[in-house]
Ligand binder design. Structure first.
Ligand SMILES: [Zn+2]
Length: 261
């Protein structure tokens, strides 16, 4: 990597989406926190374009010098990625990254193998989100390596392109997961710590902004611009949630979250 490329963009908002569902009856897997209504997503895309952001694939965005690069990403591989998100992106000439959990491929409400192929053929980015969606930091080294490597081989075979990014399931992972991913040839590792990626570097976990159903367009705008109260609130919420994660462990935290939701 050249020194220039290592510096990365001045700042890079990376948006993290999951599914797009009008309500719990929509096709795919509805989540009360992470599912956005399709028109909510469309409005956000229109705002991004009107503000002059250049919506790029991650690799391309990491080479940028300017302040206006932005990346849209989707985790898990919900069916709405192709049925709802893809047409909304294509009609605006925009691209997104899709981080797919390979063990979910073909499951009810999730993308099929052929649909992953179609996303790649439509010019979208394909990346890994593990095989089983296990939190990688809970796994021993052998299991960690196979989650990283098997998901990557499967997605490379489907997309017929190199897969060089992984979004950590649950955003969970640290130095060990980063080094393991790099040793297998991944060039970008994304977490879910909120931030704007000031002088983003590929040898660190990239920060992302979780876009949730309750987020109004003004707060969305404040997050992307990283101005006002919305970014502080998101950071505070993330910090408050990581405390029970540390105390309860990932399994206990997940049970608490399920009960609360
Ligand atoms: Zn996920």
């Amino acid at each position: 990597m050249t020194e220039e490329a290592a510096k990365g963009p001045a700042r890079l908002p990376i948006l993290m989406y999951h599914g797009l569902h009008a309500d719990a009856d929509a096709r795919g897997r509805f989540d009360p926190v992470y599912s956005l209504a399709p028109e909510q997503f469309a409005r956000q895309l229109d705002w991004i374009q009107a503000q002059g952001y250049r919506c790029m694939l991650l690799d391309e965005a990491m080479q940028q010098r300017g302040d206006r690069a932005l990346v849209i990403s989707f985790d898990d591989g919900d069916l709405s990625n192709i049925e709802v998100a893809l047409p909304l992106l294509l009609e605006r000439g925009m691209k997104a990254e899709f981080y797919i959990t390979t063990g979910f491929i073909g499951a009810t409400g999730m993308l099929s193998a052929d649909e992953v192929r179609q996303l790649a053929a439509a010019g979208m980015g394909i990346g890994s989100h593990g095989c089983s969606h296990s939190f990688l930091e809970d796994l021993d080294t052998t299991a960690l390596m196979s989650e990283l490597d098997d998901s990557r081989s499967r997605l490379q075979a489907l997309s017929r392109r190199p897969v060089d990014a992984i979004a950590l399931p649950g955003g969970r992972g640290g130095e060990r997961e980063l080094l393991a991913a790099q040793s297998l040839g991944y060039r970008h590792v994304l977490g879910s710590v909120p931030g704007r990626n000031l002088r983003a570097r590929s040898d660190r976990c990239l920060q992302r902004l979780a876009i949730t159903r309750n987020l109004g367009i003004d707060d969305f705008a404040a997050l992307v611009r990283w101005q006002g109260l919305a970014p502080r609130l998101m950071q505070a919420r993330h910090a408050a949630l990581s405390l029970p994660k540390r105390v309860l462990g990932n399994h206990g935290y997940q049970r608490l979250r399920e009960r609360l939701l």
